[in-house]
Ligand binder design. Structure first.
Ligand SMILES: Nc1ncnc2c1ncn2[C@@H]1O[C@H](COP(=O)(O)OP(=O)(O)OP(=O)(O)O)[C@@H](O)[C@H]1O
Length: 515
């Protein structure tokens, strides 16, 4: 007697979802078996997040049907999804800093699940079983980003989980933490839990996922077995043409120092923030300096001090210099006048105003580039700039009047980066320049950064993506606990060296001269 194939855990049939001006999901079919780790791939704006939100009940499809273990289901909200055994770990965690791990999990699970004290033994059991070390009494503010992600995953595993959705989970992890996460995910899958994994990192998709669905322009472009495909083949399925992914950029020495940070210390009044201790770094015109580090080790504080969002008293103005000018006491617009462009880590709300159109967002930081005359905005010039950013950086949007918040994450990132690069700054400071950006767009951004470097700009990139830092940086260092390692030429540096610096294994003499 023939054996019937197992019923898929989840099946989507002809799922469609339209937003104003765009068909985000167009008749999508997708099937995930029990115990299968399935990747969802696609360039920025392909429709991945929209599809996940439909599965998790955050938003509803316009048409099509969803079958959960063979039964038709109308997913109305996340609570219903959780009840069925679907868990989702978002890119940005929503944890309360001042509460413990157990208190956070109890809050998320609702009163019926029990008090924090009652949940502690189960948290310990789940963390032991899946090899995710985590103490239930620890306060969240004392946890690393990797440990915070464990809180979210353990929260999902506390319920009877059948499908775990992870949205770019490794973008916040060190390489070692990512390896540990994969061990947990493989164990979960071996027990029959299905996993839907979204990532732009093709290497890890090939190493982890059994199968993949590739989306392009809201439609299914194909299904494949990632282990049997090269990066180039996967990228080609995503963008529909042969993509040039890896740029082998020559390393350079740069000219005179433009940004000079000398003995920079700052006490952070926020008890959960990080203070900076005796930072020394020079970025020369015509070079890219990369700063690695796990989030929360002083990156935000350093960025605020470099951009002018946090100023220092006049007496300390010389701790930061642009060329020969002291700037530590200057506000952001004064620093922009001296040639600074800045890409913050957070896209919505910091890099762009969500409610404003792309054109107005272009004006926000580029207004000193001749876009305002006699106090009047020159709309024609603003629109020309916005159009140029959209075209040069391949930003997918219905038009320049679209609100920033309705762009997919990666497309907004391309827009913000393009806006800053096109201002031809003397100094560009960029946090996570390709965070959430697809492989094709990341290559475009890297080429643009190299071109800006070769045109003579000093560039400082702060990123957690070590592959990226090795690819584009001429010199490298790392932040740990608010201290910065010395910089080294990238050509003389191994991945393991940077891993060591990220863990604080460096010993700079106080106020050391930078290399
Ligand atoms: N709330 C919304 N209103 C209007 N348009 C939206 C909204 N959400 C998404 N879109 C549009 O739907 C399309 C698909 O977006 P989605 O976020 O699903 O892409 P994605 O594949 O997840 O991209 P990324 O890799 O950049 O996160 C994009 O063109 C986006 O601009």
């Amino acid at each position: 007697m023939p054996i019937a194939p197992p019923i898929p855990r989840l099946q989507l049939r002809q799922i469609s979802k339209r937003y104003p001006g765009c068909l985000a999901n167009d008749a999508i079919d997708l099937s995930i078996a029990p115990g299968e780790i399935h990747a969802l791939l696609g360039e920025n704006g392909a429709g991945k997040s929209t599809l996940m939100k439909i599965i998790y009940g955050v938003t509803q499809a316009d048409s099509g049907e969803m079958l959960w273990q063979g039964q038709r289901v109308n997913m109305r909200n996340p609570a219903q999804a959780r009840q069925l055994g679907i868990g989702m770990v978002f890119q940005h965690f929503s944890l309360f800093e001042t509460l413990s791990v157990a208190q956070n999990i109890a809050l998320a699970m609702g009163a019926a699940a029990g008090t924090p004290k009652q949940l502690e033994p189960k948290i310990r059991e789940v963390s032991r079983r899946y090899g995710m070390a985590l103490e239930p009494e620890r306060l969240v503010h004392s946890l690393s980003i990797g440990e915070r992600q464990r809180v979210e995953i353990i929260r999902c595993l506390m319920q009877d989980i059948r499908l775990l959705i992870l949205d770019e989970p490794t973008s916040v992890l060190t390489p070692q933490e990512a390896d540990e996460l994969f061990i947990t995910l493989r164990r979960l899958a071996a027990e029959g839990c299905s996993i839907l994994f979204i990532s732009h990192k093709l290497g890890e998709v090939r190493a982890l996922c059994h199968s993949a669905t590739v989306l392009r322009g809201g439609r299914v472009a194909g299904h494949c077995l990632p282990a049997e495909c090269s990066d180039q083949q996967l990228a080609q399925m995503m963008v529909g043409e042969a993509a040039t992914l890896i740029g082998d950029y020559p390393k350079v020495r740069g000219g005179a120092a433009f940004l000079q940070v000398t003995g920079l210390s700052w006490h952070n009044p926020d008890p959960f923030g990080c203070s900076l201790t005796d930072l020394n770094v020079q970025v020369r015109s015509g070079e890219i300096v990369g700063i690695a580090g796990v989030a929360g080790n002083g990156q935000d504080e350093l960025l605020a001090l470099l951009s002018g969002e946090q100023t220092l008293p006049e007496a300390e103005a010389a701790t930061l210099r642009f060329a020969e000018q002291n700037v530590a006491d200057l506000r952001p617009d004064a620093r922009r006048k001296l040639g600074l462009a800045f890409v913050p880590a957070e896209r919505l709300g910091h890099g762009a105003v969500p409610e404003l159109s792309l054109a107005d967002n272009a004006l926000l930081t580029a207004f000193q580039q001749g876009l305002v005359r006699h106090g009047l905005i020159e709309r024609g010039k603003v629109e020309a700039l916005a159009q140029q950013i959209i075209q040069r950086f391949g930003v997918k949007t219905p038009d320049m009047y679209t609100a920033a918040r309705s762009l997919s994450g990666g497309n907004l990132q391309k827009f913000i980066l393009g806006r800053e690069i096109l201002q031809q700054p003397k100094l560009l400071i960029a946090a996570h320049p390709t965070w959430g950006v697809d492989v094709g767009a990341a290559a475009t951004i890297h080429r643009a950064l190299i071109a800006l470097r070769d045109a003579g700009a000093a560039i400082l990139v702060i990123s957690e993506d070590l592959d990226e830092l090795f690819q584009i940086s001429d010199r490298l260092g790392a932040l740990c606990g608010g201290r910065l390692s010395a910089l080294h030429n990238t050509t003389d540096t191994q991945l393991s060296d940077v891993g060591g610096w990220m863990a604080g294994q460096f010993n700079n003499p106080p106020s050391a001269a930078t290399v």
